[in-house]
Design a protein around this ligand. Structure first.
Ligand code: GYE
Length: 347
């Protein structure tokens, strides 16, 4: 009996295993292949390509100081004409030489959804902290044109404008040359609006070189860039004394006012009293050709092409140097080519 049961067990085992595939195939067991993917994994979400700005896309909010003279007129024309040429939408704000108005205009551009980039010619070197922080928070790049501000370099893309200290140095060197044979070297200075970078820096540079040759700045006062105030201040000084050998006008208009005052006081401008100004506008060339102004240090107002190029670069995410100096020259009454140079000037 036991033998019959054992036989049946062996037989059952043989039958069962025969239906099963070999437990161990003839070669080493292969790991099971992963289940074939039924579809490609979803592509990682791709970010939309960054927008590439063009001038035609760009709306610039430009905060101009005002309209105080020939230099400013040429500067404003540069921004309007170049915007037209490049197809830029320009929103032009005239601050009327009022700091509070310029700050308000800045805030207005921050809140204006159409404005992509803000350009400013700051009336003064301070007073910008809040609007600069607001512009950064709003993601609107800021570019300084013409005049610098104190600090806050992380809040603007770049400053495109002149080295006003160097302009002052050039004026001082020119005045030294004009007074080199003069026994006394008393010079009066007509200053731009108080707190403006060109007023601060031109005065600094002038003293560096003028005082090195023995010039003494015996009088210095703001005449706010204007002919009218330049004349009024010089008239008041002439009532006090006529012991003056030179006048430094921090811009052409104030020098023109001084020229008028000298004439009315019976003094011969550019002869009895030497005069040097800064800007070199068409009026300065005319005064040099008339023989009433000894020299003019150039300050280039035609900044718009460089400013718009920087604005576009900023919108396209490029990093720019914090200062892009404008290139300038200097001109003198005794230059034999002065008439030809004047004829070729744009402003
Ligand atoms: O010299 C003067 C104008 O910011 C460089 O401003 C400019 C100065 C310029 O009022 O004429």
């Amino acid at each position: 009996m036991f033998k019959k049961v054992a036989f049946l067990i062996v037989l059952a085992t043989m039958v069962l295993t025969a239906c099963q595939p070999a437990a161990v195939p003839t070669e080493a067991a292969k790991p099971a292949a992963p289940a074939a993917a039924t579809e490609a994994p979803a592509a990682a979400p791709t970010e939309a390509p960054a927008k590439v700005w063009t001038y035609a896309d760009m709306t610039v909010g430009f905060l101009q100081t005002g309209s105080e003279g020939g230099w400013r007129a040429a500067n404003s024309a540069s921004f309007k004409e170049t915007a037209e040429q490049l197809g830029i939408n320009l929103k032009f704000y005239d601050s009327q030489n009022d700091l509070a108005k310029q700050v308000a205009g800045f805030q207005q551009f921050i809140e204006d959804p159409e404005v992509d980039v803000i350009v400013m010619s700051p009336l003064e070197v301070t007073g910008w902290e809040q609007v600069l922080k607001d512009a950064k928070a709003a993601g609107k790049p800021v570019i300084l044109s013409d005049r610098r501000i104190d600090g806050f370099e992380d809040y603007y893309v770049t400053f495109i404008g002149a080295d006003f200290v160097e302009e002052g140095r050039k004026a001082g060197t020119a005045m030294c040359e004009l007074l080199k044979d003069s026994a006394t070297k008393n010079v009066w200075e007509l200053v731009g609006n108080v707190g403006a970078a060109p007023a601060i820096d031109r005065g600094k540079g002038f003293r560096e070189t003028a005082e090195a040759c023995g010039i003494t700045v015996t009088k210095s006062q703001t005449a706010n860039w204007s002919i009218k105030e330049g004349k009024e201040v010089t008239e008041a000084w002439l009532k006090e004394t006529k012991d003056v050998q030179g006048i430094f006008g921090q811009n052409d208009e104030m020098a023109f006012g001084a020229i008028e005052a000298l004439k009315e006081a019976g003094l011969v401008p550019a002869v009895d009293v030497k005069l040097i100004s800064v800007d070199a506008t068409s009026g300065a060339f005319q005064a040099m050709l008339d023989g009433t102004l000894n020299g003019a240090i150039e300050c280039n107002p035609l900044l718009a092409p460089q400013v718009y190029e920087a604005a576009l670069a900023a919108l396209n995410g490029e990093t720019l140097p914090k200062w892009i100096p404008s290139q300038e020259s200097e001109f003198y009454m005794d230059d034999p080519n002065l008439k030809e140079i004047a004829a070729g000037r744009k402003y």
